[in-house]
Design a binder for this molecule. Structure first.
Ligand code: PBG
Length: 334
């Protein structure tokens, strides 16, 4: 069958040569799109491999500074820090999260002292600090207490802001936390601290390797996070979550996980037109790495294609464990 306007319209004409493909390319990947999540651990010269995330290590602050230096050289705009906390410091309420001399505030101070131009983001959530691996305080019946947790999160965010962090990233999914956090930051004079809200964060099995990395997996055991993270079946609920976080004072919003949730990224971007980010989470990274290590997928090609998919879906940036590799690759072809 020949279409009526054939051969006037031949879609393959524009695809024929690299120059015309470049001319009509709608999206591009740049280093400005990258947020690099790193796992930090106590000690000196540590670089402990995370078994379920090939190529990702938990690193001590001295090595973190080396990583930061490379990020600055490559032009990666921002690092996002996640701690692996000594189990002896973990409690039901996760109070260590508010310790100004804790691992994360110290890491932030060192980074900002050595690389003031590099953006630093910190996770605001209690799961690396709690004895049960949940993101909040748990009562006798096993419920996660919203308002008590929020109070602790505000203290954690203020502690990080005092250490000089540029962006706080509440990843806890408690109700109302963005509003109280914004108010507290303003009242304490931290008027420039940006909030990247993990707004549409789903209760996903793709977070498995991350929980190994921060050391919350064993404590969490078979428990789940369905009473605060979102049901993977929903989309309208994600828009309500984003609307609330924007109204409460978030500067940026995030959808998480990434690739399996690109429909949500697109809906959020279309609806709100605010800076929108996606998190290519640990399980997505592990899948691609494992397949590449087996020779089943081409590592660099799937890495770059997945980045492009985020851009095409409307993401302004992506948290990805591939950030260094992507930046190195962009630099090599430039
Ligand atoms: C916890 C947190 C999680 C991730 C980021 N912050 C895991 C969880 O909610 O259990 C997941 C990131 C990843 O999988 O890469 N506050």
């Amino acid at each position: 069958m020949i279409t009526p306007d054939f051969p006037a319209i031949r879609m393959r004409r524009m695809r024929r040569d690299p120059f015309s493909r470049a001319l009509m390319r709608e999206n591009t990947i740049t280093v400005d799109d990258l947020i690099y999540p790193v796992f930090v651990v106590e000690g000196q010269n540590r670089r402990d491999a995370v078994a379920t995330m090939p190529g990702v290590d938990r690193i001590s602050i001295d090595n973190l500074l080396r990583v930061a230096e490379e990020c600055v050289k490559l032009g990666i705009p921002v690092l996002s820090l996640f701690p692996n906390i000594d189990p002896a410091l973990k409690t039901n309420d996760g109070i260590e999260a508010t310790n100004p001399e804790g691992l994360i505030p110290r890491a932030v101070r060192e980074l900002k002292k050595n690389f003031p131009e590099l953006g630093i983001m910190t996770d605001v959530a209690l799961d690396p600090y709690t004895s049960h691996g949940q993101d909040g305080t748990v009562d006798e019946k096993g419920s996660i207490l919203n308002d008590e947790t929020t109070e602790m999160l505000v203290r954690q965010a203020l502690c990080q802001a005092a250490a000089g962090v540029d962006v706080v990233g509440p990843s806890d999914m408690m109700d109302g936390r963005i509003g109280v956090m914004r108010k507290a930051l303003e009242e304490k004079g931290f008027i420039h601290t940006r909030i990247m809200a993990y707004s549409a964060k789903y209760a996903s099995a793709f977070y498995g390797p991350f929980r190994d990395a921060v050391g919350s997996a064993a404590a969490l055991g078979k428990a789940d996070k369905f009473t605060y993270q979102m049901d993977p079946a929903n989309t309208d609920e994600a828009l309500r979550e984003v609307a609330l976080d924007i109204a409460e004072g978030a500067d940026m919003v995030m959808v998480k996980p990434g690739m399996p949730y690109l429909d949500i990224v697109r809906r959020v971007k279309d609806e709100f037109k605010v800076p929108t980010y996606a998190y290519q989470v640990s399980g997505e990274y592990a899948m691609l790495k494992a397949a590449a290590q087996n020779g089943w997928l081409d590592h660099d090609k799937v890495m770059m294609e997945s980045m492009m998919a985020f851009k095409r879906a409307g993401a302004d940036g992506v948290l990805t464990y591939f950030a260094l590799d992507i930046a190195r690759k962009l630099k090599a072809v430039a």
